[in-house]
Design a protein around this ligand. Sequence first.
Ligand code: HEM
Length: 136
Amino acid sequence: MCMGVSKDGRVAETDDILPDGYELKKGDGVYYISYAMGRMSHIWGDDAEDFKPERWLNDNGVFQPESPFKFIAFHAGPRICLGRDFSYRQMKIMTIALLHFFQFNLADKTRKVTYKTMFTLHIDGGLHLLAIPRTK
Ligand code: HEM
């Protein structure tokens, strides 16, 4: 399963001007750091760093998708990830199946969880869990 693309970019094939007026020369690279964009308060608000899944729900508790230009994990525009919907479905099916049968606890609650930034984002050393079967 994909871990998340933490940065992405493009190289200008010709001289160009970005929508904000910034001038690019042929061969210039333009990169965005989706990891950082996902934590920027001017994009997500002052609680950007808080784990708050309900930010994705509207007032009626219904899932409210964000613009892909804001939630940029799958890129946006004409070259947006073609596997995005497939990935969401796969993640939902796996989560439902696993949570139906197991409860998960952190194997070591004292260990600080940090990222290992590579082209895709991994948890440094992995996230070790204890899977406890749910009894009926
Ligand atoms: C959580 C999982 C995934 C993430 C975060 C992800 C993210 C991305 C990103 C950021 C791009 C843009 C790359 C670029 O053009 O610079 C991309 C492109 C693409 N992804 Fe994914 N992807 C995921 C899973 C998948 C899966 C499962 C498939 C196929 C079944 C897939 C197929 C593609 C394809 C074909 C493109 C190229 C689209 C194009 O250039 O027109 N991706 N993905």
